[in-house]
Design a protein around this ligand. Sequence first.
Ligand SMILES: C[S@@+](CC[C@H](N)C(=O)[O-])C[C@H]1O[C@@H](n2cnc3c(N)ncnc32)[C@H](O)[C@@H]1O
Length: 473
Amino acid sequence: MKNKLYYGDNLIWLRDQDHFPGELVDLIYLDPPFNSDADYGANSKGNSGKKSQTQLLAFDDIWNWDKEVSALALNEMGSNVPDIAQLIKLPDKKKGKASKNIPVNLELMATRLLELHRVLKPTGSICLHCNYEAVYYLKEILDAIFGKENLRNAIVWKRAAARSDAKKGDNVHDVILCYSKSSQCNWNPQYLGRIQSYKASFCNKDAGNKHWTDDIANPDMIIDISPISLKAAERLGYHTQKPIALLERIIKAGSNEGDIILDPFCGCGTSIVAAQKLKRRWIGIDITQLAIYLTEQRLKDSYGKSIKDSYELLGNPCDVASAKALWSKNEREFELWALSLVGAKPRIRNGGIEGILGFAEIGNKKGTIVVQIKGSTYLVRGMIDDMVGLIEKEGAAIGLLITLHKPTLGMITDTVHAGSYQSELWNRNYLKIQLRTVNDLLEGKSFDIPQTYSLLKKSERVKSQEADLKPLL
Ligand SMILES: C[S@@+](CC[C@H](N)C(=O)[O-])C[C@H]1O[C@@H](n2cnc3c(N)ncnc32)[C@H](O)[C@@H]1O
């Protein structure tokens, strides 16, 4: 099996049994978004308390999901697994209007967890990363789907330095709830944390399999892995990026070389890069183009260009029709996808510019290329003039316009009259404003520009497989 990266709602993909037959994967790690500071990059605020400029876009919705598919799944859940359907209604009944305050959408989680249970091998495990509030609700659902007796561990990860909040106390940890599908699980518990409650009685050998007793009162504590700080070398600017060391530890604990790891909320690909490093096979899913774009860049930076041949990317537009479909569904997602075609870094406050690229000039000078994306059929000559104004304002050398539909002849003529940029290093002229359609780019007709470099933060190259973590007992 080739490794796979899927763009789209994980529920839609998971319910597609051609892609996700039963009992496919060995370990699932999921880190869904919750309505919390941590999700929105509290740790990416600078000393001023303002959001860091290096932070890339966040997803718009706390939960991105396809409403129709989820409604269908919920309906089916009502008839197929009424006990779980009942369970997710419980908080409503208990709390009345206060149910709004439940820190996690239980319906959305339950529908996905049922599919995840199906795709897990009988020897497999699932690790659900959540915050200190959501854990209480999620444990009930996991108990119902995976069975209380299959709870393997509740790992506490101390993700921030202690701080005092008179009303809420210190909220400095996340919890990773780990369940197996059965008692026949592959789990290597001794590699988990620095402080461990691991006891001989916790894991008994029985007919060659490891059997566990339920001991959530004594969780493993991971206190030696810091969160992604502003200065961390691995920081990519993705709001909820988790440290790779944390993922490596979880993957080592829950799987063996050659196993298949699934991350249905893969974000900027931390689990995927860790799985690759540890010689596991992997499947990642994310609903945002930014996540898919960053994951691909990160894989390329970490393992070299040839990594692209070892995995398949599914769900991204592959022709004009699917690009149009993406634009009608979500314009911003379309723009991000179009930017990925030229490797441009997305701009947050765009001021008419969707992305930027860099290139080298003589004497160590750096040149900038700005990118504009037009998905609408509304394409007029004035846009070329506007682009000339924009590149002047930005101090950029060249402006690239990517259109979904064919530009008018007048626009094409205007690009020729907009002048050229003379590069000393490359010793030639380039048209200052250039136009390409999505179709051109998909057919390999690229822009005529100096060799560019990505302005996205580069991940460090993974040199060799790190030495195995020694048991820290
Ligand atoms: C907390 S972040 C995961 C961060 C990740 N662990 C990392 O280290 O980068 C949650 C991710 O879930 C994605 N997401 C939200 N709803 C989704 C859905 N329905 N299907 C797939 N991905 C989804 C978001 O786009 C976001 O990237």
